[in-house]
Design a protein around this ligand. Structure first.
Ligand code: NAD
Length: 507
């Protein structure tokens, strides 16, 4: 549970929301620019219009990329020492902390997550990520290769240049940080396109970066949609690398678009359908049930690594289902601006209809709803548990990206592995067992980028922030954390200094 600041408790989030001002203009070359299309930003909190943000045209995208390219060419950022860049990004982390209430409120109003969760995202997660990359800035370097006595052979890690970063809406600020910071830490310039649902905190991140000392033009933020703004950005010939987080469908399109004007590297962090596997010897059901639900329903289930498929050993199923039914009633579904709310609305009406469509389809296919379904609030869907599902059903196969947990049972370890791997996605998995060899087997054989044993996402984020994990299958490729993520934003240059004989001929 989050300890809210006394000031926030007293003021009331609704009052603060009403007083908040919005500026949806793009941030290019260190200033807010005028003169582009408009995009309505609706709030799932009350269903009303929050403000109008820019919908950046191809011309505006061009201005942002050209500015970033110019900053690259002038070396205003890449020529700084890695340590100096890291210090500026550490200052940015502190500015995020100083402004966390305002940033959290923006994310809540734009995508509906409970303010208590948004505060944790912005006060803890985003600055932790920011510091992680900032502190790694001077730990990325090349190698010295073995060579003959007359030469020196080594590799340099150079920034790639202009990085186009395209982000989703589910964790607006943390996702922007995950994209932008590793690229900046190693000396790139960035053009960030946040989701059309949630540009608010990303635009503020751009302003805070300037305040921290990031030179103008090094981080540009352009609001807009996917087909106009995102596609123009991914296609732009002066972009040297594209990093994308979002749906597999958009990932496919971006991969194709990014290769249209020239060849360049792409990172894709896409959708998931991750399993959590409970073996017969897992901890007591009352202990694991809240964690299982937490892994499925965090952020209203709008989490790429949501463990949305529960696979439970047949001998444990009845007991665990009873515990899950008890536990799911503990969610406080309601107004996200109330600090006591633990489960808010989905990110918008379209998202809500999409998720309810998945649930209705599952029920038609024969699934049984143990808990959940629609809630009589704007964009409301309660944490939903579906039993009597089978591997071939769409609800088990397709990413819902909402609060839906399906339940299947298994008899043997082989069957569990088969069910877990029976997905086109490969993002993450959780295993609950007291048997070390079983855990080992699963860790080796699950086709996912991350595996957590007897733990939750929180256990991963503590010691694991520096761990990289690369998605498999339709979940994409490239890693988002750890030193590997910074390396992927660099290009290796092999250098040989062929200095000639190093001993005189008369030795
Ligand atoms: P989305 O794919 O609809 O949009 C993501 C971003 O891509 C947005 O900024 C959007 O404007 C842009 N975009 C969409 N189509 C585009 C195109 N053709 N060209 C260029 N840009 C385009 O995804 P979303 O609805 O914002 O987010 C939900 C999805 O994101 C889910 O599938 C979820 O699993 C995934 N996700 C993955 C991760 C991860 O790390 N793997 C993290 C968070 C979310």
């Amino acid at each position: 549970m989050v300890n809210l600041e006394p000031e926030a408790m007293q003021t009331g989030w609704r009052g603060r929301a009403a007083a908040l001002s919005w500026d949806g203009r793009p941030l290019i070359g260190g200033t807010r620019r005028e003169g582009t299309g408009a995009m309505a930003i609706w709030s799932p909190v009350h269903g009303g219009l929050l403000y109008e943000a820019a919908l950046c045209s191809a011309d505006m995208v061009d201005q942002a990329v050209v500015d970033a390219h110019r900053a690259c060419e002038r070396g205003v950022w890449s020529d700084l020492s890695p340590r100096a860049r890291g210090m500026i990004l550490l200052r940015l982390a502190e500015l995020i902390v100083e402004n966390h209430e305002e940033l959290a409120l923006r994310d809540t109003l734009e995508m509906g997550k409970p303010i208590a969760s948004a505060l944790v995202d912005i006060r803890d997660l985003a600055p932790t990520l920011c510091r992680h990359y900032a502190e790694a800035a001077d730990k990325i370097y090349g190698d010295v290769a073995g060579s003959d006595a007359a030469s020196l052979a080594f590799s340099l890690r150079e920034p790639r240049g202009v990085v186009a970063a395209i982000a989703p809406w589910n964790y607006p600020l943390p996702n922007a940080v995950i994209k932008v910071m590793p690229a900046l830490a190693v000396g790139n310039c960035v053009v960030l396109k946040p989701s059309e649902l949630t540009p608010g905190s990303a635009l503020r991140l751009g302003e805070l970066a300037l305040e921290a000392g990031v030179p103008p033009g090094v981080l540009n933020v352009i609001p807009g949609d996917g087909v106009t703004t995102g596609a123009a950005l991914a296609r732009h010939p002066l972009v040297d690398m594209v990093t994308f987080t979002g749906s597999t469908q958009a990932g496919r399109a971006i991969m194709a678009t990014a290769s249209q004007s020239r060849i360049r590297p792409v990172i894709l962090e896409c959708g998931g359908k991750s399993p959590q596997i409970v073996f017969a010897d897992a901890p007591a059901s009352d202990l694991v049930a809240p964690r299982i639900l937490g892994e499925a329903f965090a952020n209203q289930g709008q989490l790429c690594v949501a463990r949305s498929r529960l696979l439970v050993h047949a001998s444990r199923k009845a007991d665990l289902m009873a515990a899950l039914e008890r536990e799911v009633r503990q969610y406080a579904v309601g107004d996200p601006l109330e600090p006591a709310t633990t489960f808010g609305p989905l990110a918008g009406q379209r998202q809500c209809e999409r998720v309810l469509g998945h649930i209705a389809g599952a029920l038609r296919d024969g699934a049984r709803m143990v808990a959940g379904g629609p809630v009589d609030r704007p964009c409301g869907v309660a944490p939903t548990i579906l039993d009597d599902v089978s591997q071939g059903m769409a609800i088990v196969r397709d990413e819902v990206f909402g609060p839906v947990l399906t339940v299947q049972s298994f008899e043997s370890t082989e069957e569990a592995i088969g069910l877990a791997n029976g997905s086109s996605y490969g993002l993450a998995a959780t295993v609950w067992t007291a048997h070390y060899p079983t855990a080992q087997t699963l860790v080796r054989r699950l086709k996912t980028g991350h595996v957590t044993v007897n733990g939750t996402v929180e256990s991963y984020e503590g010691p694991g922030m520096s761990l990289a994990g690369e998605p498999r299958g339709d979940s994409g490729f490239g890693s988002e954390t750890g030193l590997d993520s910074l390396r992927s934003y660099t290009a290796i240059k092999g250098v040989v200094l062929a200095g000639g004989p190093c001993r005189s001929a008369d030795r």
